[in-house]
Ligand binder design. Structure first.
Ligand code: DGL
Length: 279
């Protein structure tokens, strides 16, 4: 029987819309509820305990809306809080790290891999571990991993400066060491980086594969729902709802480029800090 409950997706703010759009691409018939925690963003420079608390509160909100699955669309929240959410959620939880690692190992030919993300994501070492584990699983012994924090890519993406001189100079400054290391695959381990993909690809030059962790996670969402027999099967017209913890107007004014299209419905305000959680 069709399961028409929505898929819940959350992020620190608008970046997770790059993941949501990938979910829509592979599952156009599914209803979705997106929560952007804009009032408390960014997560990328917050402590582990804070990101876990925020993520548990966001999970509670989505659960209260009757979702059938929760997608942690934020790389920082995935890196810090996945274990906590997985253990406490009533529904399956999908994060972006493991799918991103799988896609990376499939893509690399020379085993030299770059990972770029926020300070928080890189400091956890979670992506590095996930890529190493995946390599072992696929019998690949010699992987070399080079990590780099690229914090300025986040404000550049939000400013819409994706393809100008400042974006190019910033990319050159951050990515030159990875290029010199001879990597052939680069994991964009942050929701905002796919918007800068053109400049990142140009800076890295020929022969580089960029891994979009959101697209990888969307495939996992599709496969899990299919395997569990929980797809909506077009039984009803899908509903696409949006919530933000900041002002809806602010969310909507910056959302379109991240989503790749206009928001299909209005955005409502909701603060998840009302939920008491223990971490
Ligand atoms: N969504 C975050 C991530 O993917 C980037 C923005 C933030 O730091 O909150 O890591």
């Amino acid at each position: 029987m069709a399961d028409t409950r929505p898929i819940g997706v959350f992020d620190s703010g608008i970046g997770g819309l790059t993941v949501l759009r990938e979910i829509w691409k592979v599952l156009p018939g599914e209803s979705t509820i997106y929560f952007g925690d804009n009032a408390r963003a960014p997560y990328g420079n917050k402590s582990r305990s804070t990101v876990i608390r925020y993520s548990l509160q966001n999970m509670k909100f989505l659960e209260s809306r009757g979702v059938k699955m929760i997608v942690i669309a934020c790389n920082t929240a995935s890196a810090y809080a996945y274990e906590a959410l997985k253990d406490r959620s009533d529904v399956p939880v999908v994060e972006v790290v493991t799918p991103g690692a799988e896609a990376t190992i499939k893509a690399t030919k020379n085993g030299k891999i770059g990972i770029i993300g926020t300070k928080a994501t890189i400091s956890t070492g979670v992506y590095k571990q996930a890529v190493e584990q995946c390599a072992l699983k696929h019998g690949m012994k010699n992987v070399e991993i080079y990590q780099k924090t690229c914090p300025l890519f986040v404000p550049l993406a939000e400013e819409g400066w994706w393809d100008n001189e400042i974006a190019r100079l910033t990319a050159k400054e951050y990515l030159t060491p990875l290029k010199e290391a001879g990597i052939d695959t680069l994991v964009m381990a942050c929701t905002h980086y796919p918007l800068l993909a053109k400049v990142i690809a140009e800076t890295m030059g020929e022969g580089i594969t960029l891994v979009n962790t959101g697209a990888a996670a969307a495939s996992v969402v599709r496969d899990m729902l299919g395997k569990d027999g929980k797809t909506a099967d077009g039984a009803v017209a899908p509903k696409r709802e949006f919530y933000t913890s900041d002002e809806p107007g602010m969310f909507e004014s910056v959302a379109t480029p991240f989503l790749g299209e206009g928001l299909p419905s209005g955005t409502a305000h909701f603060s998840t800090d009302r939920y008491e959680v223990e971490i």
